[in-house]
Design a binder for this molecule. Structure first.
Ligand SMILES: Nc1ncnc2c1ncn2[C@@H]1O[C@H](COP(=O)(O)OP(=O)(O)OP(=O)(O)O)[C@@H](O)[C@H]1O
Ligand SMILES: [Mg+2]
Length: 277
């Protein structure tokens, strides 16, 4: 398993912030973590990001147990990218300089700049590279933060409420962008969010409560959701009952003399298949 936690706990004195979390995530999955305030989402992300030590349990990332890694700083800087709610960009640096920052010491300045501008191009900010954060919109700043998280070619991106400060249409765009990157580069994404619309765009939702996983659910794709909606519509019900008196459905060729046609049967078989998924 690419990422695995086994009975992970993080206690701060009496506070059991994370209290026995076991989860498994495959490479390339896009997972969201939801749950009420104080349920341990940020703490869990911090542990996965090797930014804090565990009270007990095991974490395996990229098939390695974190407890057996000697240099976690190098491990983190090579394999992980981080995106936060308040983008954490440095105010006096340009977008380009912010994005190339994680590469300092790893390659020459020319290579760093080339890599950073490639990523800014990917997030659609080619013509904003020399702007500082205060000259950018909220969504643009968050896209710079995404570019920065990806500049070291991470295997795993950890995002803590990356769209928390954005309006709903910008949120959609940022989620679509992250999903595209997830699919094209096969990077594993873990996104903490309060927003059900954001969670719906991911493949799996993990719900935390009092430091424990209370539920895990798979998200069906939007196309499948659409077919389900059609199935539950009046049309869907008429097909299921194999009977219609609606002349328009006859005109569509789904029924003839109140009996299902071959086209009607095909649509009906689609409904049956979608039920099996
Ligand atoms: N450094 C710390 N010291 C003591 N308690 C902490 C510390 N960090 C977090 N906690 C506590 O651990 C619990 C979980 O906190 P965490 O930040 O993980 O919650 P969260 O799910 O991210 O909440 P939110 O949705 O509000 O961001 C909370 O009760 C919090 O007060
Ligand atoms: Mg939090």
């Amino acid at each position: 398993m690419f990422l695995k936690t086994v009975n992970v706990k993080k206690h701060f004195g009496e506070v059991k912030a994370v209290d026995g979390v076991s989860l498994e995530i495959e490479k390339g999955e896009f997972v969201s973590i939801m749950g009420p305030s104080g349920s341990g989402k940020t703490t869990l992300l911090t542990l996965l990001g090797t930014l804090d030590s565990l009270t007990s349990g095991d974490i395996i990332i990229d098939y390695e147990n974190l407890s057996s890694i000697k240099d976690v700083d190098t491990f983190r800087s090579k394999k992980m990218g981080f995106i936060f709610q308040f983008h954490n960009l440095i105010g006096y640096l340009t977008a380009l300089e912010n994005v190339e920052l994680p590469l300092h010491g790893l390659m020459s300045i020319d290579k760093r700049k080339a890599k950073a501008s490639e990523l800014l191009d990917l997030v659609g900010l080619k013509d904003r590279m020399h702007h500082i954060p205060s000259q950018l919109s909220g969504g643009e700043r968050q896209r710079v933060a995404i570019a920065r998280a990806l500049v070291n070619d991470p295997l795993l991106v950890l995002a803590d409420e990356p769209t928390g400060e954005l309006d709903s249409s910008t949120t959609q765009k940022i989620m679509d962008l992250m999903k595209k990157i997830n699919q094209e580069k096969n990077i594993t994404f873990l996104v903490v969010t309060h927003d059900p619309e954001v969670a719906k765009k991911t493949g799996k939702i993990i719900i935390l409560r009092d430091g424990k996983i209370s539920r895990e659910e798979l998200v069906k794709s939007a196309s499948i959701e659409d077919i389900m909606t059609l199935k539950n519509s009046t049309l869907g019900q008429q097909l299921l009952q194999k009977e219609s008196g609606d002349p328009y459905l006859e005109k569509l060729g789904l029924f003839k003399e109140k009996k299902l046609t071959r086209e009607g049967e095909l649509l009906l078989s689609l409904f049956e298949k979608v039920e099996e998924l």
